[in-house]
Write a protein that binds this ligand. Structure first.
Ligand SMILES: CCCCCCC[C@H](O)CC(=O)SCCNC(=O)CCNC(=O)[C@H](O)C(C)(C)COP(=O)([O-])OP(=O)([O-])OC[C@H]1O[C@@H](n2cnc3c(N)ncnc32)[C@H](O)[C@@H]1OP(=O)([O-])[O-]
Length: 719
């Protein structure tokens, strides 16, 4: 709702009241309409101030309402009634003014913001555009280039930047409502026409056509198939080229297409999924709201390779003192230099002072004795990690949380090496650790809820999207990825080329296809892991590269490529060829094509034509199938956890919601039917065999994704 009060004698104060972010629900919109009418009706009221309760102006339209029938007064006429009011209306902006919230402020005659406020039109991130006049008013107020930037990216700006852009009239450090009330009284009686943004014409620049062309090209490139950014450019173009009323009509048309699109549903699902993952639970019943994190003041990182360096930087940037340990002198020196550089560049980008003094370096593991939380980031080798954990157990103070940055090794085994196994959890960062947003926080069967709560709290403090997952090989992300990569390799054996597979995946929306990605991260890493698992070995009877390993189909193609010293970009050759080692631009490589031809001939395989649809179905559905197994095993609490991991850690296109959401959009019966089809064609590939949970969900009428957990509970209780 919105409350109305008369303050300072003649100011009508309208306060938006809908915790936690004063979203514009039907009740709030009704409250605003009623309050504005009252303010205009009452002769004692000479001017109006609109503010939000609890330190936030408004988080925009109520996104939850988008999935049901819309009721209540619509936003556009409501904002129009504010703009045409004969009494001055001032927005007192505090906390956030986003989306519809900013659009209300743009309908006001003046805007005053607190210095800590953030403003923006983030609709594009929800698959929409600012369709309550925002796409038409903002360009008129701040010019086309700045409006294009804000509307197509959805980025939030600080109050200082907003002032510089001309989005707000004044910024204050004082109580913004008090300042706005005083200001409103000072403008009573002044002419308002010049303050009505819809009456302005858009500031023109001579190179407008070129600007729109350039922006559209850039936006399409970055969008990876998302339609909202493109619609945002079209809407701003309408603002720049059409009278306001016609621009509004264009805004409405574009919004109508976006509003009901699958992409908008996917992006809005992501918005809520990202928040839902914070409400974690463990199979023991322990939960986020009943488990208290331990205080963490001092942290330590063991091992300063690429991951350790990134983790140390992340911790330091979030304000934690870090003891960074590396026992090789040369490596320590190199790490020191690299970390300082990363901190300096990061500080420069954010316009702050680098926090070099947050990190102390040591070659002696004993120096972590006082740390409250230690993250081990040594080489991915169980024997080495065991040794480090045994040492930590003896050195660390009682109650210290011992974390490992393994990407898939058994957390419980490491826990068994220490005195207090309940204090061991995995903190799986993604490379580069100071850039990537995802953190898998892995609990083992013996991890305490306090340990998990502590790691999740630290994850939040360092700005990571932290997802709590159970312990299994590869956890969630890498466990699913294995099947995706495996299918891609099988497709090469069956007739595809790396570029065909990559093109299909990139057209789907991945930033990089599977082969381009492995060239970037280095083929040798996976090779080492496969060797560790006893996979990348020749058949003992024939001495030939084995296509069956551990009783199932196996593709040694990647191992054979590695045997040639082709490790990807760093060696200048991998699945693609590069002009020089380290170069980023890969070209299709005739050597790889010939190698695949020879390989097929050697193994009696006949190449067939493979289309993009098969690539997508085999790679994605096998991965989704594993996602269902992960849910079945209780490793992830719900589909949202898996989807957030994929969107933030594996470049899954956000506008497709994540693999589990994608399965829901495709339809579970179809996913099941295609898996059955492919499993029939490849009975020696267990990952193509549809898992029980998928079958059961289909048998239970294929409920929407929001109901999966409920149905899973019912299914489990029947067992
Ligand atoms: C044809 C129809 C025409 C329509 C016209 C279009 C109008 C307009 O252009 C469209 C929009 O405004 S689109 C909107 C454009 N606006 C945006 O995209 C802004 C979205 N919001 C944000 O970016 C952040 O929430 C803030 C920065 C506001 C606060 O950050 P923070 O302090 O870290 O808090 P937090 O943890 O993030 O959220 C706390 C709780 O509030 C919940 N919730 C939040 N916003 C909500 C909303 N709008 N709604 C509902 N709920 C919303 C959130 O789920 C969470 O709930 P939980 O149950 O506790 O999990």
């Amino acid at each position: 709702m919105a409350a109305f009060a008369r303050v300072s004698g003649s100011v009508g104060l309208i306060t938006l009241q809908n915790p936690p972010v004063n979203a514009l629900s039907a009740a709030v919109r009704q409250g605003i309409v009623d309050s504005v009418q009252r303010a205009l009706r009452e002769p004692e009221v000479k001017c109006v101030v609109i503010c939000g309760q609890n330190g936030i102006f408004c988080g925009g339209a109520d996104i939850r309402e988008f999935s049901g029938p819309m009721s209540g007064p619509p936003l556009i006429p409501m904002i129009h009634s504010i703009e045409v009011a004969a009494k001055p209306v001032v927005a007192a902006i505090e906390g956030s003014a986003l989306g519809g919230g900013l659009e209300i402020a743009l309908g006001c005659h003046y805007r005053i913001a607190h210095s800590k406020t953030r403003l923006g039109l983030p609709e594009v991130t929800l698959g929409l555009l600012p369709a309550a006049g925002g796409s038409q008013r903002l360009p008129r107020l701040i010019g086309v280039p700045a409006a294009l930037d804000l509307i197509t990216t959805g980025r939030h700006v600080t109050a200082a930047e907003a002032l510089q852009l001309g989005m707000v009239d004044q910024v204050t450090d004082r109580n913004v409502t008090d300042v706005a009330v005083k200001f409103a009284l000072s403008v009573v009686g002044k002419p308002l026409d010049a303050r009505r943004i819809s009456m302005h014409s858009c500031p023109h620049s001579p190179d407008l056509d070129e600007l729109f062309e350039r922006t559209m090209q850039h936006v399409r490139q970055r969008a990876r198939g998302a339609i909202a950014p493109v619609a945002c450019v079209q809407a701003v173009r309408a603002a720049a080229t059409l009278p306001y009323a016609q621009g509004m009509e264009k805004e409405r048309e574009l919004m109508a297409t976006l509003f009901t699109s699958g992409q908008a549903r996917a992006l809005q699902y992501c918005f809520f999924a990202q928040r839902a993952i914070g409400r974690w639970s463990m199979p023991s019943g322990a939960r986020w709201d009943t488990s208290k994190p331990r205080p963490v003041h001092k942290t330590a990182v063991i091992g300063l390779g690429t991951m350790g360096r990134g983790i140390a930087v992340t911790l330091a940037q979030a304000g934690f003192p870090v003891i960074a340990v590396e026992n090789h002198e040369k490596q320590l020196m190199a790490a020191k230099q690299a970390i300082s550089g990363m901190l300096e560049r990061g500080a420069k980008r954010r316009g702050v002072t680098p926090v070099l003094n947050k990190i102390t370096y040591s070659r002696d593991i004993q120096s972590v004795a006082n740390a409250d939380l230690v993250i081990e980031a040594v080489f991915e080798d169980m024997a080495l990690k065991e040794k480090v954990f045994q040492q930590l157990s003896a050195i660390c103070k009682p109650g210290a949380l011992l974390c490992t940055n393994t990407s898939g090794l058994n957390i419980d085994h490491l826990a068994s090496q220490v005195r207090n196994p309940e204090l061991v959890v995995g903190m799986h960062f993604f490379a580069p650790a100071h850039v990537m947003k995802l953190l898998e926080v892995v609990y083992g069967p013996r991890s305490s809820s306090e340990a998990l709560a502590t790691a999740m709290a630290v994850g939040k403090k360092i700005g990571k999207v932290s997802v709590a997952v159970g312990n299994c090989q590869g956890f969630v992300g890498n466990r699913m990825l294995e099947h995706y990569v495996e299918q891609a390799l099988f497709l090469l054996e069956e007739g595809a080329t790396p570029e065909l597979v990559d093109q299909a995946l990139e057209e789907f929306g991945f930033a990089m296809g599977v082969f381009r990605m492995s060239d970037l991260s280095g083929l040798d890493i996976g090779w080492r892991v496969r060797k560790g698992k006893g996979l990348a070995v020749p058949d003992p009877t024939t001495g030939q590269t084995a296509r069956v390993q551990q009783g199932r189909r196996y593709s040694p193609v990647a191992d054979l490529i590695c045997e040639q010293g082709r490790f990807g970009q760093k060696t200048g050759q991998g699945w693609y060829q590069y002009n020089t080692p380290g170069s980023r631009v890969g070209k299709p490589d005739p050597w790889v094509h010939n190698f695949l031809k020879d390989y097929r001939a050697r193994h009696g395989l006949v190449a067939r034509r493979i289309d993009h649809q098969e690539v997508l179905e085999r790679c994605l559905y096998s991965m989704i199938n594993e996602g269902f197994r992960i849910l079945e095993d209780g490793i992830a609490a719900g589909p949202e956890d898996i989807d957030v991991i994929y969107v933030f850690g594996y470049s899954w296109p956000r506008h497709r919601g994540g693999p589990m959401f994608y399965a829901h959009m495709v339809g579970l019966p179809k996913v099941l039917e295609r898996l059955e089809h492919y499993h029939q064609a490849h009975p020696d590939v267990p990952s193509l065999q549809p898992c029980n949970l998928l079958r059961k969900l289909v048998a239970n009428g294929s409920p929407p994704i929001q109901k999966w957990k409920e149905v899973m509970k019912k299914i489990n209780s029947r067992l």
